[in-house]
Design a protein around this ligand. Sequence first.
Ligand code: R5P
Length: 286
Amino acid sequence: MSILFAFPGYELFADRIQDNPSFSGGDFTISSFPDRESLVTIHTDVKDKEVIIVCGLDRPNEKVIPILFFSHLAQELGAKRVGLIAPYLGYLRQDKRFSPGQAITSKTFAQLLSSHVDWLTTIDPHLHRYKSLNEIYTIPTTVLHTAPIVGSWVKDNVENPILIGPDEESLQWVQEVAEHAESPFIVLKKTRALDGTVEVSAPDLETHRDHTPVLVDDIISTAQTMIKTVGHLREFGMKPAVCVGIHAIFAGDAHNALKDAGAGQIVTTNTIQHETNEIDVSVLFG
Ligand code: R5P
């Protein structure tokens, strides 16, 4: 029996995982001193137990210190092993030095987590230049994939879909989702300028004009990628696009901006808690 400790925002996700009888829930608190240092207290007996932290790593800077404190404390209190289920794994997009002098934070972050937890499980990590997490993580890692779940959501909910990946990087997600949705797919071309602005161009969409466009991407962060693509499809005279994101980061006002851009429907999985969560992927742990 493993004990799950749900960090803030992941209570519902952990509850769902606990439907599997090999997991039970643990109790702990993280409080803040006036100077904003953190104090972690574990209330459940963890001696000789497998301990699992459930915490996604969007907005990672504020989450990492409590995770490290928790992990060390659990080890001190006799836990057999401490694993991390991070439904979203951050710091993967900085996977090369894009400009001279820049940090390759994906590596540093991987080293940091690898030296503080015993294993890591995540969902659809953004692997672009790395082929596997093992290239940067030195602990055992497990990767779960949402494509079958997302594909069947599309199949059940969208009439006559054409799946669209906004850039070459999205090919890996959109192709697999399309297989499960039993739908055609295309991948567009994207360029992002240094100031973050995005341009998207489409190959010939003519043969798909009567389909419902379903944009599929792994991450919606500023939503600029989706916004540009939605605009492009509207100019082309297609129906309002259904926007499907696996990881709902939605930085700042990105969600409203995407709605205002004319997205037909915005749907995400619950790897990051957000009002658009419509697809439950906690079943991957069933
Ligand atoms: C890019 O490499 C990713 O797959 C997403 O397309 C990107 O992270 C989305 O970012 P944003 O929402 O800021 O355009």
